[in-house]
Design a protein around this ligand. Structure first.
Ligand code: SF4
Ligand code: SF4
Length: 304
């Protein structure tokens, strides 16, 4: 079993058996149950990039403000691959819970919340290029949904909960994480800059958009003008491009054409800046020394 699935609420209660889309579960959740909202009062919800996009737009804010105000960071692996979870209050209750009326962002609730009490597992057989989707079942004693006399297949439950729209965007991201994890320690820890780019391109798409539209980026990659027009208006196109960009950054899969010698030019420009700074620092130091020498004289201003 892969450990690349998103975290799910009450992880310790995940039943280890892998289920298929055809597997049937006994479960029904509704507002009349005594446990209504209990799961959201102990929320442990890992977010995907698409979750953040949906939630930030729902709340009428930027991804930057959403990540800052509504999430907490964690490390997804020993290499410090950054992840984010929904923020809770001190008692563990999700901040999106709207009093006793339930989820305040229900139509745009995250993937993990949609799947609950099922959990999606992205598995990859050794040497297989594709991840395979399986499911597990979370059984918590506080959740009375399992005691309801209703059966449903995982496939129907996914459809009922609107999971497919989310999975369409999540799949590629899970593949990225799986690939990073299965690369193993031999590949080494990604450089700090790659981890920062991973964070920005995964979770803060509004900043990523500004990064792509910056002069530096435009000078470095040969992307057509309509690409820039597209990502200005279309969040989903931007998200898809972010996966492509991350494949290039993390695995060197070159699908975005670089401008010839752009990297060397950037290094050269930086060198010029460093040299200008060094000269400036040296001159400032010499001026300060001159001033000290002058201040030590009798006249106090260099006049005998
Ligand atoms: S986002 Fe909504 S469904 Fe998910 S834990 Fe928070 S309140 Fe519950
Ligand atoms: S039945 Fe389970 S999922 Fe539904 S409200 Fe109760 S604890 Fe939450």
């Amino acid at each position: 079993m892969s450990d690349s699935k998103p975290n799910i609420p009450f992880q310790s209660a995940v039943m280890p058996k892998a289920l298929s889309a055809e597997s049937r579960i006994q479960f029904r959740c509704h507002g009349g149950l005594s446990c209504f909202n209990a799961c959201c009062k102990q929320a442990d919800v890992t977010l995907t990039p698409y979750d953040i996009l949906r939630l930030s737009r729902r709340l009428g804010t930027t991804t930057t403000a959403f990540v800052r105000d509504c999430t907490v960071p964690f490390q997804m692996d020993g290499d410090g691959l950054p992840g984010v979870k929904l923020k809770t209050d001190d008692s563990g209750a999700c901040l999106q819970l709207d009093g006793e009326s339930g989820c305040g962002v229900y139509a745009d609730r995250p993937t993990v919340c949609r799947y609950y009490p099922a959990a999606l597992l992205a598995l990859r057989e050794k040497d297989s290029p594709k991840a395979e989707e399986r499911y597990s079942l979370v059984k918590e004693s506080l959740c009375k949904g399992h005691e309801q006399p209703a059966e449903i297949s995982i496939a129907d439950y996914r459809a009922e909960q609107g999971c497919e729209a989310f999975d369409r965007f999540n799949r590629e991201w899970y593949e990225l994480i799986l690939k990073k994890k299965s690369a193993g320690p031999g590949v080494g820890r990604p450089p700090r800059t790659s981890l920062q780019l991973f964070f920005m391109a995964s979770y803060d798409l509004d900043t990523f958009r500004r990064f792509l539209c910056s002069e530096n980026f435009r000078k470095s990659y040969t992307l057509p003008d309509d690409f820039y027009a597209g990502i200005q208006q279309d969040d989903e196109a931007l998200l898809r491009f972010s996966y492509r960009f991350l494949r290039q950054v993390l695995f060197g899969e070159h699908s975005i054409q670089e401008v010839a010698h752009a990297w060397e030019r950037r290094v050269e420009q930086r060198r010029e800046i460093w040299e200008a700074r060094r000269t400036f620092e040296a001159e400032r130091h010499m001026a300060a020394e001159d001033l000290k020498d002058g201040a030590g004289g009798d006249g106090g201003c260099g006049v005998a």
